[in-house]
Ligand binder design. Structure first.
Ligand code: HEM
Length: 232
């Protein structure tokens, strides 16, 4: 009967797909992608937009780390931690347009998740440090200051060490504060640029894996569903 055939086909269709990315992972991913691009493109003009985009990135990174510990199966870090040699082997296979298909993150995809989360955390932390020093605002005020309460700059540390002359103290402090600010700015910009390179590699990897495994991974990050079978 026609209705039975349609129902059967529907049942088969249901079986052939598996829910892999939960709603939080998907919403967090696309919000993170937009917030990162907004923060990168806006730089410090307007600063408010840049700072708020940065806060969004930081919040998502924190929530994603918690989700990686307590979330559902494919969102958990334990689901996509692989030994480095597995990551290298997977990448080699992918370059040769072959390789095992994974339902959750592949070894290389999983490694990239960790790299991106660590880099993003560094970008946000250094951004907050800079915001505290330059504007005297944000959660790191009092922890990182222009005078360098948490002064990691090798320049200021060296200068402070060999300074015995009290008359030059103020000048030295000004120079120290400036060097400290430059130091945090350098870290922030360098980490942001490295993150951008990683994002480009991330998207290239997604497209290559989509091609090799004949599936739409970008679509899966939208719908949450992937073909059920594990290997192609
Ligand atoms: C147009 C741009 C982007 C596309 C098409 C894209 C696509 C994807 C896809 C398909 C996945 C799943 C990978 C898999 O199947 O294993 C993924 C995961 C991920 N992407 Fe992107 N991505 C984009 C931009 C970004 C940006 C800008 C960031 C960060 C700044 C980012 C961070 C991540 C992270 C952290 C994951 C892991 C998701 C999770 O497990 O929660 N992506 N991306």
């Amino acid at each position: 009967m026609a209705t039975e055939t349609a129902r059967d086909r529907h049942a088969l269709d249901e079986q052939a797909w598996e829910r892999v990315w939960d709603p939080f992972v998907r919403l967090a991913h696309w919000t993170l992608a937009v917030a990162f691009v907004v923060a990168y493109v806006s730089e410090d003009d307007p600063l408010t937009l840049h700072v708020w985009a940065g806060y969004v990135v930081g919040t998502i990174v924190l929530l994603r780390i918690l989700w990686g510990l307590f979330g559902p199966r494919h969102a958990r870090f334990i689901d996509f931690v692989y030994r480095p040699d597995k990551v290298v082997l997977y990448l080699r296979d992918l370059m040769m347009l072959r390789g095992r298909r994974y339902l959750g993150h592949s070894p290389a995809g999983g490694a990239m998740v960790f790299v991106l989360l660590i880099l993003l955390a560094g970008v946000v932390w250094s951004g907050l440090g800079l915001y505290a020093i330059e504007e005297g605002k944000g959660p790191l005020v009092g922890i990182v200051t222009a005078e360098g309460t948490l002064d990691l700059s090798p320049v200021t540390t060296a200068r402070a060490d060999d300074d015995d002359d009290d008359d030059d103290d103020d000048d030295e402090r000004d120079e120290g504060a400036e060097a400290n600010e430059e130091f945090w700015e350098e870290i922030h910009e360098t980490l942001a640029n490295i993150t951008l390179v990683m994002v480009i590699l991330h998207v290239a990897g997604v497209l290559l894996a989509s091609f090799v495994h004949r599936e739409n991974l970008v679509g899966a990050m939208v719908t949450g569903r992937k073909r059920a079978e594990r290997d192609h």
